[in-house]
Design a protein around this ligand. Structure first.
Ligand code: ADP
Ligand code: MG
Length: 721
C-alpha cells in the first residue's frame, strides 16, 4: 500500500467542518462528494448540526462509528490542530486541510503550520495542503470529488497537480470543455507535507494516469523533482507550467555561472532534466494536454498538412519545420491517388491544398490518403470556413479518419471567422486535439515527437571518475587555513588537474625571490617554450583582463620580461584605484604585496572557447553550466544549466542545447570539436560539486575545445567560508 492510498483512494471520508449553509466551503465539499457519488460512506462532522444534506452528522471525528481513511478539514485555522488530534486519536489515515491561514500568511501562520506538520509526522498521518482546494479521484470505482470547485471534469488520462487553488479550479473548468479527461487532481496548497514530487511517484504506477500536468509556483525539493520526473517520464509525459522565479535568488557572484543561476535558465534546467516539458502559459499547457491526452505519439517527424486555403497551409508548414517536424513530399503513389479524385485546381503536394470548395468528403479522402502513405507519421487538418460548407461536417469527417487510423496522431486547426469556430466542441468531444491557430497544433505535435525521442533514448547513467580527491581536499584546507575563500589561480588549475581535466601547460613564478620577477619569468618562459601568455596572480584581482593582467602571445624572453614589468605596474595602479570592477573593496595602501607572482602559460592556438561552471544555491543544489565562452556567454547568455549530479545524457544534452552548437559541431567545413571530451569535463565538474561541497563557485572560462581533447586555460574556484 502507498502512503497516498488512504488520501486518493479512501474507503471512507469525514468532512470536518461540513456546513448546512449553502455556498460555504464546508457545504460545497460535502455536496461535491455526494453529487459525484463517492463509493464509500461520507461522514459530516459538525458539533452544531444533527444532520447535513440529510446525512447524520457527528460532533467529532472520534464519534464516527466506522473507520475513517480520509478526513477533509474545513474548520477555521485555530481549530485545525485540535481536529488533527482527534483524527490521530480516531485512527484516520490521511487528511486534506482546506483551511487557510498557515505559512502563506507568514508570522504565526508559519509556526501554526510547523506545529501541525510535526504532530502529523509523529503520528504517521500524511497531509495534503493546508490552504488548498481539495482533491479528486475520477476513477469510477472511487468517484471522489473532495474539492469545493464547482467543476466536474470527465474521467480521463490526465493527473493534474496545482499549487494554486484558483488556477486549479479554472483549469478543471476548462478541462471539461476541451475534452481533457482527469484521472486525479490534487491541489497541493502549501505543500507542507505531500508535494508534487510525491504525486509524480504515485502517478508513475497509476494505470489510470497516462500524463501529468503540473502548475507550480516553487520547487520545494528540486533534486527530488528531477529524480521523480526522470523516472515517470520514461513512460508518461509530464507538462509543467512554472510561474515565478526559482526563488533561490542568485548570490552576488563573481562567476558567470552564479549570475545566471537565479534566472529562468535554472527553471528550464530542472524541467528539462526531469524529462518534463515546459509549457510557457496555461494556454500552452492545454494545447499540450489535448494532444498528449488524446492522441498516440508519432513514430517519426514526417507530417502531412491538409488544408482548404494556401495561407494556413504555409503557416502550418513553417511552424512545423521550425518546431523540428518535417513537411516531407508525399510519395508519388499518394500524389497520384489524390490527383485522380480531387479538383484540378487542388495542390496534391504537401501541404495538400483542397481549395475553398473543399467538401467534408474531400477532407476525409485526402486525410485517409496521406495516412495510408507509409512515410507519413502524423497529420494536421486545417480548415478555414468558406461560405456554404458546414464546419461541423468537416469535423465529423476528421473524426472518421481518426477512427480509421488510430495509430497515427491527427490534429485539427479550425480557424474561426466570427468568434470561435463551430465544430471545435465536436472535435474536443471526439478526442481530436483542435486548435484555432496552426502554430499551436505544430507546437503540440513537435512536443509529442520530442517526447517520443525522449522515451526511445537510453536512460542516462551515472559515471564516476577515478580522481585525486585528497589533493583537492588539501588545496581547499590550505586555502581556508590562510584566510582566503578564493583559490589562487595555480591552485585552481591544480584542482582541475587532480580531477583529470587537462590544462594548458603552465608554471607559476612567485614574486618573492632572489632576482627580479621579470627576469625569472623570462627564464621560465624559455623553459616552457615560446610563445607564452603571462597572467598576474593576485588575491585582489578577479577578472585579470580588466586590470591589464593578461599578456598574450609573447614570442621572446625579452617580450616576457617587458610584459611582466609593465603588468606589475599596471595591476598595482589598478588595484590601488579599485579599478577592477569585480573587486569593489581594494585593499587601500597595499601596493607591492598585492601581487603574488605571475603565471606563465603556453600560448594555445586553434580551440573554440567554451565555459564550464558550477554554482551552489541554497535549497536547490549545485547547478552545472555549459556554454560558449567570450561574447556568447557575456552578451548572448548562450548557456545551459543542469542540477548535479548529472548523468551522461545530461552532459550530452547540455552541449547540444547551446544555440551556437554548430560552432562546436564543425560549421562551414570547420573541424568538429571533441564533444566527448567536453561532456567528460562537464561530468567531472559534476562529480567535483558532489564530492566537495565546500566549493560554491567554479568557472573554467575558457575551456578550449580542440579537435582532439580540451584544455582549461583559466580556472576560478570559490569556497564557502
Ligand atoms: P580573465 O578571465 O581573468 O580575464 P583569462 O586567463 O581567461 O583571464 O584570459 C583572458 C583571455 O585571454 C581568455 O579568455 C583567452 O581568450 C585568452 N587566453 C588566456 N590564456 C590563454 C592561453 N594560454 N592561450 C591562448 N589564449 C589565452
Ligand atoms: Mg577567463
Amino acid at each position: 500500500m502507498h502512503f497516498l492510498d488512504p488520501i486518493l483512494r479512501p474507503k471512507s471520508i469525514a468532512v470536518v467542518g461540513a456546513s448546512r449553509q449553502p455556498n460555504t466551503i464546508g457545504w460545497q465539499i460535502l455536496d461535491n462528494l455526494l453529487r459525484q457519488g463517492f463509493h464509500g460512506p461520507v461522514y459530516p462532522v459538525n458539533p452544531k448540526a444533527a444532520a447535513i444534506h440529510s446525512i447524520p452528522a457527528y460532533p467529532s471525528v472520534k464519534e464516527i462509528p466506522g473507520p475513517v481513511d480520509l478526513a477533509v478539514i474545513v474548520v477555521p485555522k485555530e481549530h485545525v490542530s485540535a481536529v488533527a488530534d482527534d483524527c490521530i486519536e480516531a485512527g484516520v489515515q490521511g487528511i486534506v486541510v482546506i483551511s487557510a491561514g498557515f505559512r502563506e500568511v507568514g508570522g504565526e501562520g508559519i509556526a501554526r503550520e510547523q506545529e501541525l506538520v510535526d504532530k502529523l509526522r509523529k503520528a504517521g498521518v500524511r497531509m495534503v495542503g493546508p490552504n488548498c482546494l481539495g482533491i479528486i479521484n475520477n476513477d469510477p470505482a472511487i468517484a471522489m470529488n473532495a474539492t469545493f470547485a464547482p467543476a466536474y471534469p470527465p474521467f480521463g488520462p490526465v493527473g493534474f497537480v496545482s499549487q494554486s487553488g484558483a488556477m486549479g479550479a479554472s483549469i478543471l473548468d476548462y478541462a471539461e470543455s476541451l475534452g481533457i479527461g482527469i484521472s486525479m487532481f490534487v491541489s497541493s496548497g502549501n505543500k507542507a507535507d505531500v508535494s508534487g514530487n510525491d504525486l509524480l511517484d504515485y502517478w508513475e504506477h497509476d494505470d489510470n494516469t497516462q500524463m501529468v500536468l503540473m502548475y507550480l509556483e516553487s520547487f520545494g525539493n528540486p533534486a527530488k523533482f528531477v529524480e521523480a520526473g526522470r523516472r515517470i517520464t520514461r513512460r508518461k509525459p509530464v507538462c509543467v507550467v512554472k510561474s515565478g522565479r526559482t526563488g533561490a535568488g542568485a548570490r552576488a557572484a563573481a562567476s558567470h555561472t552564479g549570475a545566471l543561476a537565479g534566472t529562468e535558465l535554472a527553471t528550464d534546467a530542472l524541467i528539462a532534466q526531469a524529462g518534463a516539458i515546459r509549457a510557457h502559459s496555461v494556454n500552452h499547457l492545454f494545447d499540450l494536454a489535448m494532444a498528449f491526452g488524446n492522441q498516440p505519439l508519432p513514430a517519426g517527424n514526417n507530417v502531412a498538412i491538409v488544408t482548404n486555403a494556401g495561407g494556413p497551409g504555409i503557416i502550418a508548414a513553417d511552424a512545423c519545420e521550425s518546431a523540428g517536424l518535417s513537411v516531407v513530399p508525399l510519395s508519388p503513389e499518394t500524389e497520384a491517388k489524390l490527383r485522380a479524385r480531387l479538383p484540378e485546381e487542388a495542390s496534391v503536394k504537401n501541404p495538400v491544398d483542397l481549395i475553398a470548395s473543399a467538401t467534408p468528403e474531400n477532407y476525409e479522402f485526402a486525410l485517409n490518403c496521406v495516412f495510408e502513405d507509409p512515410k507519413i507519421d502524423a497529420a494536421i487538418a486545417a480548415f478555414v470556413p468558406p461560405l456554404g460548407i458546414q464546419t461541423k461536417d468537416v469535423a465529423a469527417a476528421i473524426v472518421r479518419v481518426n477512427e480509421r487510423h488510430p495509430a497515427k496522431p491527427l490534429l485539427a486547426v479550425l480557424m474561426g471567422r466570427q468568434g470561435l469556430p463551430a465544430g471545435l466542441a465536436e472535435l474536443h468531444e471526439s478526442r481530436i486535439p483542435a486548435y484555432i491557430f496552426p502554430e499551436s497544433a505544430a507546437r503540440a505535435l513537435a512536443a509529442m515527437w520530442r517526447f517520443r525521442q525522449h522515451i526511445d533514448r537510453p536512460e542516462g547513467r551515472h559515471v564516476s571518475f577515478d580522481v585525486d580527491d585528497a589533493a583537492v581536499t588539501r588545496i581547499i584546507d590550505a586555502t581556508l587555513a590562510s584566510g582566503q575563500t578564493k583559490l589562487s589561480e595555480p591552485d585552481a588549475l591544480r584542482a582541475l588537474e587532480a580531477y583529470g581535466i587537462p590544462t594548458v601547460p603552465w608554471v607559476f613564478v612567485p614574486s618573492a625571490g632572489a632576482s627580479s620577477l621579470a627576469a625569472r619569468a623570462a627564464a621560465a618562459a624559455g623553459d616552457l617554450g615560446l610563445p607564452v601568455v603571462v597572467k598576474v596572480v593576485s588575491p585582489e584581482v578577479v577578472h585579470k583582463t580588466e586590470v591589464g593582467g593578461v599578456a598574450l602571445n609573447l614570442k621572446s624572453k625579452a617580450e616576457v620580461e617587458r610584459a611582466v614589468r609593465d603588468m606589475v605596474k599596471r595591476v598595482e595602479a589598478a588595484v590601488a584605484d579599485g579599478a577592477d570592477p569585480a573587486h569593489r573593496e581594494p585593499a587601500k595602501g597595499r601596493t607591492a604585496s598585492v601581487i603574488d607572482g605571475v603565471l606563465i602559460q603556453e600560448m594555445a592556438k586553434g580551440g573554440t572557447e567554451t565555459i564550464v561552471g558550477l554554482t551552489r544555491l541554497p535549497r536547490v543544489g549545485a547547478l552545472i553550466m555549459f556554454g560558449l565562452g567570450g561574447i556568447y556567454v557575456e552578451v548572448m547568455r548562450d548557456v545551459v544549466l543542469r542540477l548535479a549530479p548529472l548523468v551522461d545524457t545530461d552532459a550530452e544534452e547540455m552541449i547540444r542545447e547551446v544555440k551556437m552548437f554548430p560552432l562546436l559541431a564543425g560549421a562551414r567545413g570547420d573541424v568538429p570539436r571533441d564533444l566527448a571530451a567536453l561532456a567528460d569535463t562537464v561530468l567531472r565538474i559534476s562529480q567535483l560539486a558532489e564530492r566537495h561541497p565546500r566549493i560554491v563557485e567554479l568557472d573554467i572560462n575558457p575551456l578550449l575545445a580542440l579537435p582532439s581533447g580540451v584544455r582549461a586555460v583559466d580556472g576560478r574556484i570559490a569556497l564557502a567560508r
